[in-house]
Design a protein. Structure first.
Length: 54
């Protein structure tokens, strides 16, 4: 009869590179989302004004 005892292991093979470290800073530009929305809105407004004036 097979043993019903749960096997305990380190679990390294099961995680195999799937661990993420969120506390590590990866660098790159840090911009406020409000700034991005403002820039996109300004570009849309300029595009609409250019169609009207030209």
């Amino acid at each position: 009869m097979p043993s019903l005892k749960k096997q305990s292991g380190s679990g390294l093979a099961g995680s195999a590179g799937l661990i993420r470290y969120f506390d590590v800073d990866e660098g790159g530009p840090k911009l406020d989302p409000k700034l991005i929305i403002a820039i996109i809105s300004a570009l849309i407004l300029l595009e609409l004004l250019s169609k009207v004036l030209v």
